[in-house]
Design a protein. Structure first.
Length: 111
């Protein structure tokens, strides 16, 4: 980890323990697919990206309880989106099957 990044983040949020917990939480979000909110020159580990986001004031550190609530809400939204996509796919498949059946019925009636 870049010491300079950690020092910049400590200037924004002086409590080292809470800063570390917030950076780890944000790094997990990045690992889970969230886009990084900063563009770094070198490829960086998610925790370095998280500290850079905090040091630039893009991500505001929150208490652990608040982070857990946010993560839970995001998880629910992700799961809901997955369920809706599956339902949409199932509906489209059903409609396609009905079209195929109607074409088969039409062709069998013609013969």
């Amino acid at each position: 980890m870049k010491l300079k990044t950690m020092e910049k983040a400590l200037n924004v949020y002086p409590n080292r323990f809470h800063l570390t917990m917030m950076a780890v939480g944000r790094a997990r979000e990045i690992n889970d697919g969230d886009n990084a909110l900063v563009d770094l020159d070198d490829p960086a580990k998610p925790v370095v990206v998280a500290l850079e986001e905090i040091s630039r004031g893009i991500v505001i550190p929150a208490h652990q309880e608040e982070m857990n609530r946010i993560r839970s809400a995001r998880k629910i939204l992700r799961e809901r989106a997955i369920m809706e996509a599956r339902e949409r796919d199932a509906l489209m498949e059903t409609e396609e099957n009905q079209e195929i059946e109607s074409i088969q019925v039409e062709t069998s009636e013609e013969t």
